[in-house]
Design a binder for this molecule. Structure first.
Ligand SMILES: [Zn+2]
Length: 122
């Protein structure tokens, strides 16, 4: 898979507190965060991809070798989250923040994701 400019690729450590979830729960979490972020008119889909389809640079530790990215069509207000491992709430919120804030840097998105998830982890 090519990494195009409209792709967000991040490879942070999988959070040990983030739970792995099934599709139904993922869809619920997407809707909850879409509403919370004011993105309810968007269509957000998810698609699992073959992990072998993603090529990692040399030296990337195995624990970081997973892909979660989003492709965004701002005209049609559609986006698709591609993933080669199960999605957790952190992934979903992170990608939705990219939809909501197109000009934010990766650091800004990460900081806001952490801030929004924090109260729930107490
Ligand atoms: Zn990102």
């Amino acid at each position: 898979m090519n990494k195009e400019n409209n792709w967000c690729h991040y490879s942070g450590m999988p959070s040990p507190t983030a739970y792995q979830t099934d599709t139904l729960v993922v869809n619920d979490m997407i809707h909850i965060w879409m509403n919370a972020l004011g993105l309810s008119e968007w269509i957000i889909a998810t698609e699992a991809i073959d992990e072998k389809a993603v090529v990692y640079e040399e030296g990337v530790p195995e624990s970081d070798q997973y892909f979660v990215g989003i492709q965004i069509d701002r005209v049609k207000k559609k986006a698709c989250i591609y993933h080669d491992r199960l999605l957790n709430e952190e992934d979903i919120l992170h990608e939705l923040l990219h939809v909501k804030n197109p000009d934010w840097s990766e650091d800004q998105v990460n900081a806001e994701t952490e801030r929004l998830l924090k109260p729930k982890q107490r």
